[in-house]
Design a protein around this ligand. Structure first.
Ligand code: URA
Length: 216
């Protein structure tokens, strides 16, 4: 799948392993999500165009680079599980503008295909222009119901240059729905897990990311 990037970096995989471990308690879990966000952000930079420049050192001229799109990022965090993840991402993109969306699925509202009803009660997002790299952070891409609803609303505000979703773990159903509905989207993840359980949680996953990061 051309728009799906699964990060195999051993450090990312080690952090993910710690997050998956049910023995990892709240604070190390939250810190792990922050670190993972930062490193995934650095990996995302590898997909950005580079401008070659010259730089004057105190004793000569050297070849150098700039990454202009780092200044065009709008990170949108979907409350609440994405908060620590975004705290990490923003370290890789310190110039990013920030949007906040409160959206969650209504547990038990799903049909047999895991289409959940979504409750979305707050959205405050900076301007989205044709230069914007729109980066949505949602640690768990499970059924995709929340993400699709949020993207729908965001694209009413503007047409970004790139639409990137950063997730820690995605399910095949979530990936399929994302690309079916938004073929222009790009997805960057630490892992793709095989399935969902009856409640729409990713298996084996890491459990409820919000509960594990902030207490149930
Ligand atoms: N949200 C979570 O936190 N975990 C899942 O597995 C699915 C949705």
């Amino acid at each position: 799948m051309k728009n799906l990037l699964i990060l195999e970096h051993p450090l990312i995989q080690e952090l993910l392993t710690k997050l998956r471990d049910k023995k990892t308690s709240q604070i190390p879990f939250r810190k792990g999500l922050v670190t993972l966000g930062r490193i995934m952000g650095y990996e995302l930079i590898k997909t950005m165009s580079i401008k070659k420049i010259k730089v004057e050192t105190p004793i000569g001229q050297a070849d150098g680079v700039e990454i202009p799109d780092r200044d065009n990022i709008v990170i949108v965090q979907i409350l609440r599980a994405s908060m620590p993840f975004v705290e990490g991402l923003i370290k890789a993109f310190p110039e990013a503008k920030m949007g906040v969306v409160s959206a969650k699925r209504i547990e038990g509202s799903n049909d047999s295909d895991f289409r959940f009803k979504i409750e979305m009660d707050y959205m405050n997002v900076p301007e989205i222009s044709q230069d914007t790299i729109l980066l949505l952070a949602d640690p768990m891409l499970a059924s995709g119901s929340t993400l699709l609803k949020v993207i729908d609303e965001l694209l009413k505000l503007g047409n970004p240059k790139r639409l990137i979703v950063a997730a820690v773990i995605a399910s095949p159903l979530g990936v399929e729905r994302l690309f079916q509905n938004f073929p222009q989207a790009e997805l960057i993840v630490a892992a793709l897990d095989p399935s969902l359980n009856d409640n729409g949680y990713i298996v084996p996953g890491l459990g409820d990311a919000g509960d594990r990061a902030f207490g149930g």
